[in-house]
Design a protein. Structure first.
Ligand code: HEC
Length: 130
């Protein structure tokens, strides 16, 4: 009697355990999506990774790199994938973007005193991966 009862309860419990494990895994991977990806996970080469460090230090506070949603400035996801920059409407190319970085624009500060030519070059190479 008890044994047959147990036989009925056991599978239910196993299903419950499975559901619990699935829920925990989904939560885990859900959080994983928010986690900062490493350079290797993004497939960045050394120059792109160097540019990412410049970006994190000087640009990230105002520009979201992997989203188009704005902080103080517009998100820069896919910045070079479109023909024109979203806010200024300037052509999205290396010349215009490095000019914006060097000279600044309205509320964006200029970086010509902070970043050298090599750092700006690395930065642009990284921004092409966004
Ligand atoms: C203090 C905040 C701030 C920082 C730091 C900053 N920006 Fe900006 N950025 C802005 C704002 C605000 C704008 C919009 C300017 C405008 O109104 O045209 C902008 C505009 C831009 C644009 C043109 C976007 C468009 O759609 O026209 C680019 C590209 C850009 N920033 C790149 C960078 C890069 C690269 C860095 C790091 C070297 C950086 N910014 C650092 C605030 C910032």
């Amino acid at each position: 009697m008890i044994r047959s009862l147990r036989r009925m309860v056991e599978p239910g419990r196993r299903v419950a355990t499975c559901l619990l494990v699935a829920a925990v895994l989904m939560l885990w991977f859900g959080c994983d999506a928010e986690r900062r990806k490493s350079d290797a996970e993004l497939g960045l080469n050394p120059q792109q990774a160097a540019g990412r460090r410049v970006y994190d230090r000087h640009c990230d506070q105002c520009h979201e790199p992997y989203s188009t949603s704005g902080r103080r400035g517009p998100g820069l996801k896919g910045v070079f994938k479109k023909q024109y920059l979203s806010v200024s409407g300037l052509p999205a190319n290396d010349e215009r973007v490095s000019e914006i970085v060097r000279l600044g624009r309205s509320k964006m500060p200029a970086f010509n005193q902070t970043l050298d030519q090599q750092q700006i070059q690395d930065l642009l190479v990284y921004m092409h991966t966004l």
